[in-house]
Design a protein around this ligand. Structure first.
Ligand code: NAD
Ligand code: UGA
Length: 460
C-alpha cells in the first residue's frame, strides 16, 4: 500500500525531527505534525529558524526546505487524523507519578488519549505506528481501545521505536544503524509493515531495516536504552575505583574499549547520564520484570540507576567538601543541558548538582549556551517541589543566570563543568590559575589535565 498522507501526533524532540526527515526524503507524502501545545506549534511555524522548539544541528535547514511544502505543523488533530493513511504516535511516556506502578511504570495516559482520538476521528482504515517508547504488549492495549471505540474500521498497529540521540538526531535519522519495525504476521499486518518499510527504504538500505513481531520490537527499544545506560554506569562505577587506586579512567576506558567484543562507545566516564529516557525506560523495564515476578532481573537493572545517582552525589560532594575546607561559596555551573548540542535539560545532572549545592548555601552563577533562564528556573522549581522543600526567596536570591562563560566565572570561586559544550573545552582556563583557591570540577573530563589551574577530573 502506498502511503500518501501521514499524521504524527506529538511535535516534540522525536516527532519534529523524525517527520522533518521523512518529509525531506519523501516529498510525495504530505505530513501533518499535530500537537495540543499551541505555543510549541507556533514555535515550529516561526519564521526565525533559531526559535524552533527543538535545537538540533541540521534541523533548521531541513525545516526551511520542507515546511509548508509537504510538512505542516498545526493543532488540528481531528482533521490530520482523518486525512491520514498512517498515524505515528510520538507522544511523551513519562514515569507514572500516581496510582499503580507510581515512580516506575510508564504513564500511558497520552498514548491512550491518542488511541481514543484516532478511533473517534477516523472515517477510513488506518495504520497506527507506535513511535513512542512503550512497555511490551502496549500494542495490544492500543488495539483494544481502537476496536472498542470504533467497530467499523480496521486498524493495524505497528511498533517502530526511535533510536535517535539528541544532539545528533539528524545525523542518526539520515544514517540509522537500524530501523526496527514490529508487526503482526497476518496478511494485513504484512501489508502495513511493507508500507512502512517502503518509506524508510527511500534512504535506508533494506539490510538495515529489521522486521520482527510487535513484542520483540517494543522490548528491543527498552533493552537498547537499558544496555547503553548500563555501560555508562559500569564505567562510572570504575571511575570511583580509579580515584582510590591511581588508575585513570580514560586510560582504562580506552584500553577496555579496544577489545572489539566490547567496543569504544558509551564508555566515557561522566557526572552521570541524564536525558528524558534512560532512567524512565530502565524503571519501566524493572517494573515489567517485577510484574512478571522476575525480582532478581529487576534489581539488576535498578542498580544501573543507583550507580548513576551515586555518581551525581559523589561529584556534588567533591565540590561541597572543597568549598567547606576553603570557606568558599560561589560556584559557576557551566552547562545545564543533559549533553552538548541540545536545548533539552530533562533529567540533566545539572539539576541534581545545582540542588545539592544550593542546599549547602552555595551561590550559583549558571551558564548554558542553549537552555534559557525560564527553563533553568523551572527545572529547579520542579525539583524542589519533588523533594518537598520550599524553594524560598532566600534560595532563589542565590541563583544568577548568566549570558556568557566569563560572566559566570567572574564572580565564582570554583567552576563545575556539567555539559561537554565545545566552548568550555576551548576556554582559556589558565587565566584563573592566579586566583588562589580557584578549582575546576570537570564533570565531563574535557579539560586538558596539564592546565595551570587546580583541576578535579572524574576518575583521576
Ligand atoms: P516530548 O515531550 O518532546 O514531545 C511529546 C509531545 O506530545 C508534546 O509536545 C505533547 O504536547 C504532545 N502530546 C501529548 N499528548 C498529545 C495528544 N493527545 N495530542 C497531541 N499532542 C500530544 O517527548 P519526546 O522527547 O519527543 O519523546 C516522545 C517519545 O519518544 C517518548 O516515548 C520517548 O521515550 C521516545 N523517545 C524519545 C527520544 C528523545 O531523544 N527525546 C528518543 C527516542 C525515543
Ligand atoms: C539515548 C540513546 O542514545 C538513543 O539511542 C535513544 O533513542 C534515546 O536515548 C531515547 O530513547 O531517548 P540521548 O539520551 O538523547 O539518547 O543521548 P545519549 O547520547 O545516549 O546520552 C545520554 C546521557 O548519557 C547523556 O547525559 C550523556 O552525556 C551521557 N553519556 C553518554 C555518558 O555519560 N557517557 C557516555 O559514554 C555516553
Amino acid at each position: 500500500m502506498k502511503i500518501k498522507n501521514i499524521c504524527c501526533i506529538g511535535a516534540g524532540y522525536v516527532g519534529g525531527p523524525t517527520m522533518a526527515v521523512i518529509a525531506l526524503k519523501c516529498p510525495e507524502i504530505k505530513i501533518n505534525v499535530v500537537d495540543t501545545n499551541l505555543k510549541k506549534i507556533r514555535c515550529w511555524n516561526t519564521k526565525d529558524l533559531n526559535k524552533l522548539p527543538v535545537f538540533e544541528p541540521g534541523l533548521s535547514k531541513i525545516i526551511s526546505k520542507t515546511r509548508n511544502k509537504n510538512l505542516f505543523f498545526s493543532t488540528k488533530v481531528e482533521k490530520a487524523i482523518d486525512e491520514a493513511d498512517m498515524i505515528f504516535m510520538a507522544v511523551n511516556t513519562p514515569t507514572k507519578t500516581s496510582g499503580k506502578g507510581k515512580g516506575m511504570a510508564a504513564d500511558l495516559r497520552f498514548v491512550k488519549k491518542c488511541a481514543m482520538q484516532i478511533a473517534k476521528f477516523s472515517s477510513s482504515d488506518k495504520i497506527v505506528v507506535e513511535k513512542s517508547t512503550l512497555p511490551v504488549r502496549t500494542a495490544e492495549k492500543i488495539k483494544d481501545v481502537l476496536k472498542k471505540e470504533n467497530k467499523n474500521l480496521n486498524f493495524e498497529v505497528l511498533s517502530n521505536p526511535e533510536f535517535l540521540a539528541e544532539g545528533t538526531a539528524i545525523k542518526d535519522l539520515f544514517k540509522s544503524d537500524r530501523v526496527l519495525i514490529g508487526g503482526d504476521n497476518t496478511e494485513s499486518g504484512k501489508i502495513a509493515v511493507n508500507s512502512l518499510v517502503e518509506i524508510y527504504n527511500k534512504w535506508i538500505p533494506l539490510d538495515k531495516i529489521i522486521t520482527t513481531n510487535v513484542w520483540s520490537s517494543e522490548l528491543s527499544k527498552l533493552a537498547s536504552n537499558a544496555m547503553l545506560a548500563q555501560r555508562i554506569s559500569s564505567i562510572n562505577s570504575l571511575s570511583a575505583f580509579c580515584e582510590k587506586t591511581g588508575a585513570k579512567i580514560d586510560e582504562v576506558s580506552n584500553a577496555v574499549g579496544k577489545d572489539h567484543r566490547i567496543g569504544p562507545y558509551f564508555l566515557k566516564a561522566s557526572i552521570g547520564f541524564g536525558g528524558s529516557c534512560f532512567k524512565k525506560d530502565i524503571l519501566n523495564l524493572a517494573y515489567l520484570c517485577q510484574y512478571y515476578g522476575l525480582m532478581e532481573v529487576a534489581d539488576y537493572w535498578l542498580q544501573v540507576i543507583k550507580i548513576n545517582d551515586y555518581q551525581k552525589t559523589r561529584f556534588s560532594k567533591k565540590i561541597i567538601d572543597y568549598m567547606r575546607k576553603n570557606k568558599l561559596k560561589n560556584v559557576a555551573i557551566l552547562g545545564w543541558a543533559f549533553k552538548k548540542d541540545t536545548n533539552d535539560s530533562r533529567e540533566s545532572a545539572a539539576i541534581d548538582v545545582g540542588f545539592n549545592l544550593l542546599m549547602k548555601g552555595a551561590r550559583l552563577t549558571i551558564y548554558d549556551p542553549m537552555v534559557n533562564q525560564n527553563k533553568i528556573l523551572n527545572d529547579l522549581t520542579t525539583y524542589f517541589k519533588i523533594k518537598n522543600i520550599d524553594f524560598n526567596k532566600k534560595i532563589k536570591s542565590k541563583i544568577f543566570i548568566c549570558s556568557s562563560i566569563d560572566q559566570a566565572i567572574n564572580t565564582s570561586d570554583v567552576a563545575a563543568i556539567i555539559t561537554e559544550w565545545d566552548q568550555f573545552k576551548d576556554y582559556n582556563w589558565n587565566k584563573l590559575s592566579l586566583i588562589k583557591y580557584y578549582m575546576i570540577f570537570d564533570g565531563r573530563n574535557i579539560i586538558d589535565e596539564n592546565i595551570k589551574t587546580k583541576l578535579y577530573k572524574i576518575g583521576n
